[in-house]
Design a protein around this ligand. Structure first.
Ligand SMILES: C[S@@+](CC[C@H](N)C(=O)[O-])C[C@H]1O[C@@H](n2cnc3c(N)ncnc32)[C@H](O)[C@@H]1O
Length: 249
């Protein structure tokens, strides 16, 4: 049986990598690094830096691969994602067949934590359904962008005894806000469509040397965030940002 380690590496700071993650990376014969193209080259480099800094196992090899992208021609978000997962599962199956011995160990370096808005666990479940007993899966938790955001702003995620709702920009734009709401994957600045009296705690490139933070009353800082995003995107070619919306008072 091949062992697959899904290793959470944190969200941009090599010091986010836990000792459990370092030990897992050193157990692997093969370290699999996704390369999403030149625009996101900084993210590949960060993974390479993590390997260079922490992996001392002389027998391990790095394999970089270009994951497929979602096909914009497929109608419907759910169908598009399902098709994409199918393609990723096929690619992961091929990579494991090609590079990992029958009793070998492969580690995937997963951004943040593998359990938060990441498809790796679902893709490996799919692989295991297609080939029962072929793979053993272990998940190594990582620091998430949520933790990086609240720590950077010096705030607690929840208020005393209160829940926090976690959603995406796409869902927020459809009205999905319930009390304090943490928003991820928002390429469309969905916060600009809100009229409620809220505070926003926004962060981009959290954990990296380029970290950006803005906080304040949403009505006062929304435009500043939109402009900061635009400039940063122009400079880097990509942006990842996350924010907490907190009801005032
Ligand atoms: C596909 S999800 C992956 C989340 C990741 N598994 C985690 O644990 O944070 C990508 C989204 O996570 C958030 N994100 C990840 N890294 C970030 C960072 N360094 N700064 C700000 N947001 C980040 C953004 O909302 C981005 O759109």
């Amino acid at each position: 049986m091949k062992t697959i380690l899904l290793v959470g590496i944190g969200t941009g700071n090599p010091e986010h990598v836990t000792i459990q993650a370092i030990n897992a990376l050193n157990r692997a014969d093969v370290l699999l690094i996704p390369d999403k193209g030149e625009a996101k080259g900084e993210l590949v480099q960060l993974r390479r830096d993590i390997v260079a800094r922490y992996v001392v196992n002389p027998a391990s090899r790095v394999v970089e691969f270009a994951p497929p992208v979602r096909d914009p021609a497929t109608p419907g978000y759910t169908e598009r994602v399902a098709d994409w997962h199918g393609e990723l599962a096929r690619q992961f199956g091929q990579l494991l067949a090609q590079h990992v011995a029958e009793d070998g160990v492969a580690a995937f370096l997963v951004w943040g934590d593998p359990g938060l808005y990441d498809s790796s666990i679902r893709i490996f479940e799919r692989l295991s359904t297609d080939a029962p007993h072929a793979y053993g899966l272990e998940i190594i938790p990582g620091i998430t962008s949520i933790q990086a955001l609240t720590a950077a702003h010096g705030i607690a995620l929840n208020r005393i005894g209160e829940p926090v709702h976690i959603t995406t920009g796409r869902q927020l734009a459809l009205g999905d806000r319930h009390g304090d709401t943490l928003v991820m994957l928002d390429g469309q600045t969905a916060f600009t469509g809100l009229d409620d009296d809220l505070d926003i705690f926004w962060g981009a490139y959290l954990g990296t040397a380029d970290e950006l933070l803005i906080a304040g009353r949403l009505a006062d800082v929304a435009e500043r965030i939109v402009e900061a995003r635009r400039l940063a995107r122009e400079r880097h070619g990509w942006i990842m940002d996350t924010y907490l919306l907190r009801e005032r008072g």
